[in-house]
Design a protein around this ligand. Structure first.
Ligand code: AGP
Length: 618
């Protein structure tokens, strides 16, 4: 989730840009850069891998002239490792008079790049963004009209993008375009701003405009014009920012975790982007490293991961076995290599890791490779060690996850697991095309359903606050609900420091039911009653068994399942979906329950005690 700042006005541009980027640091990044246009003419750019301090040191070493127009960017790498060369801004045109910054993914950059290469364009980076810079510069050189050239090119781009451009031949204007990525305008007095969110400029002005889908902004110091991509004027609605700069470090959210929970529709959508075609079939170009013959001859998949990532692995197991008919086992990375597993060339190791730096998982994959197995990574961090050491990588695009407790990375990992399962089923032809297509199209509906879950969480927030004195909470689930129960328990352990345990609901009578006493809180994941062989009645029986022994039951159930309300004290409803996909939705109330309970206890939800975001030691 890159950070973007644009400015035109009387202030020192470099100060405004660096200040804005600093307030956007919470978005996470791995390189940063700025471009300004000197009043004497001439575009100047400084950009560095790493933190803002590296960029500031570069600017100190190579001073930038006083300027009144510029753009700035912090990059979270998606295409191309985090290096000085891949950092934004990117320059366009033979004489490098145009500078561009970009947040998002240009899906059709490869074909556009081929077009430019045919013209003899030379590229300085591996990024999709640089392609847009050269295209716009080329159009401007031909037409002499920057807004027209800009509109022509943005209409050709597919995917998600917020793009800002300046050109030294037009030193009074910043152009911007927005599709499927955030962009806001800051309105000043004799100055105007652009930002990926209001944190970029809230210290200068609280007057703002949200830029809509497929809109272009023509920003000058004394004017702001908004148009649609096809040139029609847009009447924008101004709003006043209702929080101050101090909250800006988290984009106005009370915590990174709260922000990242809210990011989940975008995280799921971005992980799906470009990977399901119009027929609902999955395309996973990035795993070309695993040829189709190898996929057809697969005998076994072993998923290795730790913590929350291992529960994503459990969900993937259900999907892969059900659809692709490949035996799957999920192993905790730190247990896997010490049990001397039997691995063959037809064993595929799938390593799931948000950070890609978890030493337990790295050691497990190195062990497996030494034994001749192939490794596929599901990773959220571009260029991470795990990604670089694997035979193929499916990147999740959840953006940087700053809070120690994993939330949006998990729903993105689940999404990647479903994509892998459908892809394997396609290649191995274990599901009819009509079913594959139906699942693919249903998966595309999940971001909107996640949004609906997020919009209906008042009850679960209240329950979290009410139960802040709970000494223990149990979580029950069946089938794909079982890993969700395990994740719910982990969230509560790591955030509220209380005993919590997840069980397979069917296991109750084999021991755990002895734990049930009067008032014991139990959260139960209830399967959909709509399935032909639904497990819902069995889980209802489990609820009755624990209610009879005094449990206080909170059910997470599917909209329309009215039967469950006769047995549970509280029911949190989630939208209907194919049962296999329900975990993406049912895990969210558990995230929020843990967040609220922890907050009610006055604990630090972003940095829980004893925990690190990435466990880089064994
Ligand atoms: C989850 O909330 C924890 N932060 C932890 O279990 C985490 O999922 C685990 O350490 C794995 O991290 P990774 O995904 O970066 O490998």
């Amino acid at each position: 989730m890159c950070g973007i700042v644009g400015y035109v006005g009387p202030k020192s541009t470099v100060d405004v840009l660096i200040g804005g980027l600093r307030r956007l640091e919470y978005r996470g990044y791995d390189s940063a850069g700025v471009s300004i246009i000197s009043p004497l003419g001439g575009l100047e750019t400084r950009k560095k891998a790493g933190k803002l301090a590296n960029l500031e040191a570069s600017i100190t070493e190579h001073q930038l002239p006083i300027s009144h127009i510029g753009i700035g960017h912090t990059r979270w790498a998606t295409h191309g490792a985090p290096t000085d060369g891949n950092a934004h801004p990117h320059l366009g045109g033979e004489h490098q008079k145009l500078s561009l910054i970009h947040n998002g993914i240009i899906e059709n950059f490869a074909e556009l790049k081929a077009e430019l290469v045919a013209y003899g364009t030379k590229f300085a980076s591996e990024t999709d963004s640089e392609v847009a810079a050269h295209l716009i510069a080329r159009e401007f050189d031909a037409s002499g009209d920057l807004p027209t050239a800009f509109a022509t090119v943005v209409n050709r781009l597919h995917g998600a993008f917020t793009i800002l451009v300046i050109h030294e031949d037009q030193p009074d204007v910043v152009l911007a375009a927005r599709r499927n990525a955030p962009l806001v305008i800051g309105l000043g007095d004799g100055e105007n701003f652009l930002g990926s969110d209001v944190a970029a400029f809230v210290e200068h002005t609280k007057r703002a405009i949200s830029v809509g889908q497929d809109e272009i902004v023509i920003l000058r110091a004394d004017s702001v014009e908004v148009r649609t991509f096809d040139g029609k004027p847009v009447v924008s609605e101004e709003f006043t920012v209702d929080w101050d700069a101090s909250a800006a470090s988290k984009g106005g959210w009370s915590s990174f975790m709260a922000k990242e929970i809210a990011d989940q529709p975008q995280a799921v959508a971005d992980t799906l982007m470009g990977r399901i075609d119009s027929d609902g079939l999955v395309t996973l170009e990035e795993i070309d490293g695993l040829d189709e013959a190898a996929i057809r001859s697969l005998e076994r998949i072993i998923i290795v991961a730790c913590g929350t990532a291992s529960y994503a692995g459990d969900i993937a197991k259900y999907a892969i076995e059900k659809w692709a008919r490949v035996p799957v086992q999920v192993e905790l990375s730190h247990e896997f290599r010490y049990r001397d597993p039997i691995l063959t060339r037809n064993t595929l190791i799938v390593a799931i890791s948000q950070s890609g730096e978890t030493m337990d998982t790295l050691m497990a994959t190195r062990f497996a490779k030494d034994k001749g197995a192939r490794v596929l990574a599901i990773c959220n961090t571009q260029g991470a060690t795990l990604a670089r050491e694997s035979d193929a990588v499916i990147y999740t695009h959840a953006g940087p996850e700053v809070a120690v407790a994993s939330t949006k990375a998990l729903t993105a990992q689940m999404t990647a697991g479903y994509l892998l399962a459908l892809f394997l089923a396609q290649v191995r032809q274990t599901l009819p095309a009509i079913q594959l297509s139906a699942f693919g199209k249903e998966l595309l509906k999940m971001p909107a359903r996640v949004t609906r879950v997020l919009d209906n969480l008042d009850d679960v927030r209240a329950l979290g606050r009410e139960m802040s004195n709970a000494k223990s909470v149990l979580f029950l689930g069946r089938n794909v609900g079982f890993p969700v129960a395990m994740e719910g328990a982990l969230k509560l352990k790591e955030l509220a420091y209380i005993h919590a345990e997840g069980f397979a609901a069917g296991e109750l009578k084999h021991g755990p039911i002895a734990l049930i006493e009067e008032g014991q809180p139990v959260i139960v994941l209830v399967p959909s009653p709509r399935d032909a062989e639904t497990l819902q009645p069995k889980v209802i029986s489990n609820i009755q068994e624990i209610r009879a022994r005094g449990a206080k039951v909170i059910a997470i159930a599917e909209e329309g399942d009215t039967a469950v309300s006769d047995y549970a004290e509280h029911v949190i409803y989630i939208p209907q979906s194919a049962s296999m996909f329900a975990p993406i939705l049912s895990v969210i109330p558990l995230q929020v329950f843990a967040l609220e309970l922890s907050t009610a206890k006055g604990l630090d939800v972003d940095q829980p005690r004893n925990l690190a975001k990435s466990v880089t030691v064994e």
